[in-house]
Write a protein that binds this ligand. Sequence first.
Ligand code: 13P
Length: 254
Amino acid sequence: MNKQLRRPVIAGNWKMNKTPAETSVLINEIKPLVKDAQCGVVVCVPYTNLQAALEATAGTDIKVGAENCHWAKSGAFTGEISAEMIKSLGVAYVIIAHRERRHYSGETDLTVRDRTRAALDAGLTVILCVGELLWEREQNITMEVIGKQVKIALSGVSADELKRIIIAYEPVWAIGTGLTATAEQADEVNGAIRSLAASLFTQADADRLVIQYGGSMNAKNAGELLSMPNIDGGLIGGASLNADDFSAIVKAAN
Ligand code: 13P
């Protein structure tokens, strides 16, 4: 399955947690635990913590990400933050289309496409979230839903730009619920996303595409999930707020 072509990435999504001072503390706890990581390690933190995270990770291989960005470069968008602002700090990654933004902040497939474009134009690497609701899975339309999300988000993305896209499959029913997709369920969807990417780009492009799983991934279940042929890392919510748990997932990816 060409898994060796891809370097897994374990990314923490801290969501709306931690102050700048707490950010430094947690990253300083994580640092020694992941210093020998073979996989990519990213911490995605609230905007207000980006500077503290950059300072705390300086001189390490841990990368910093934001949790969203606006689609415009600048302008009358009170309270928003542009991709260029994020990039100018020295941040490398940004999460786009997280389920919580689709649910609470009116994110649509079209705004996801536009934010993805802005992030790529600014030089960021995008962690693009996709996932189905429980009723959609029960109606057997999981791949229709995810196919639509992926196709719209990637419309206008070049093969070269695809190298700066990570797709995170996060079944909505597994986020923060303690319910994890089985390794087989997650691998099946990730494999289907890869096939879709092969049809949109080339098989070689799809073979290089990092596709994570997210949704109640933790120190206990990470090993099984990450051993699957199409799961190239994880987007970790709750467990990323604890240094031991997060580093155990990083070790499982090694
Ligand atoms: P949990 O790991 O808390 O389920 O959150 C997953 C998630 O939403 C990561 O983006």
